[in-house]
Design a protein around this ligand. Structure first.
Ligand SMILES: [Zn+2]
Length: 256
């Protein structure tokens, strides 16, 4: 029998299976993204004192199975790990659910993902402690995609490299993951999303701030939100189910 492993983990998603089992998707510190089956999860308060629900932050004990994709979850304990209390606020619940879904979407299976785990811990802690708003959402999106190797650039033209600080605006080109200046745009076939200077400045800031500070920083306006959304759609090959609910709860910014 494979040895038991242990790692801190955040539950991303669960579904019930048969009478009393639960299938759980987790983002772990030591073992990447994992799918596991918790036998008797709905009945055993001894092995699963800490319930395996979305947002649960647990010390996960599991064994790999020689065949089959799901690991066998033996126990889950609170183990002093920081809890994230989001359920009492609709905005936090909506943004938090999106954070979980986005983390699952960008984390490849069978890959090291401790950076994504730590970023999600930072994001959910900031969310539990503060307001659910567009700035925190955007900061999380920028940081998570940078971790995944898709850093977006908003301060320099992707083509000529010239700083765009102080320019009246540039164009975000999805295929280049960044802005191009007005001059280079004429020679670029892709077109682009017009991005005002205020939004570009906000996105540069948000990509650098600790997430705890992002919620009180300025958010990018609708132009910046559109640029990020188009970029995410170009990388993530599935529709994110939580976006619509979040957009209906957290008012999008209307000014650039
Ligand atoms: Zn340029």
């Amino acid at each position: 029998m494979p040895a038991e492993e242990a790692t801190p983990a955040i539950v991303l998603r669960t579904r019930d299976y048969l009478e009393s089992d639960r299938i759980v998707t987790l983002l772990t510190e030591q073992a990447g993204k994992l799918g596991g089956i918790a036998k008797g999860a709905k009945a055993s308060r001894r092995r699963f004192e800490h319930r395996l629900e979305p947002f649960s932050h647990v010390m996960l004990y599991f064994r790999r199975r020689p065949h089959g994709q799901l690991v066998f979850i033996t126990r889950a304990e609170a183990a002093g790990l920081q809890p994230f209390r989001l359920e009492d606020d609709l905005g936090r619940l909506a943004l938090g659910t999106y954070m979980l879904e986005l983390a699952e979407a960008v984390t490849p299976a069978d890959a090291e993902a401790s950076g994504a785990y730590h970023l999600l811990v930072e994001a959910l802690a900031a969310l539990a402690a503060g307001a659910a708003n567009i700035a925190l959402r955007q900061a999380y999106e920028l940081r998570l995609f940078r971790w995944a190797g898709f850093g977006m650039q908003f301060d320099r033209c992707r083509i000529c490299g010239e700083s765009q600080a102080g320019s009246p605006g540039a164009y975000f080109v999805v295929g280049r993951g960044g802005i191009v200046c007005g001059r280079c745009r004429e020679s670029a076939p892709e077109g682009g999303i017009r991005l005002g200077a205020a939004s570009a400045t906000a996105l540069v800031q948000l990509g650098q701030l600790p997430l705890a500070a992002a919620a009180t920083a300025a958010a990018a306006g609708a132009d910046g939100a559109l640029a990020i959304a188009r970029f995410i759609a170009s990388v993530v090959d599935r529709k994110l189910r939580s976006v619509e609910f979040m957009d209906s709860v957290i008012a999008p910014a209307t000014r650039g």
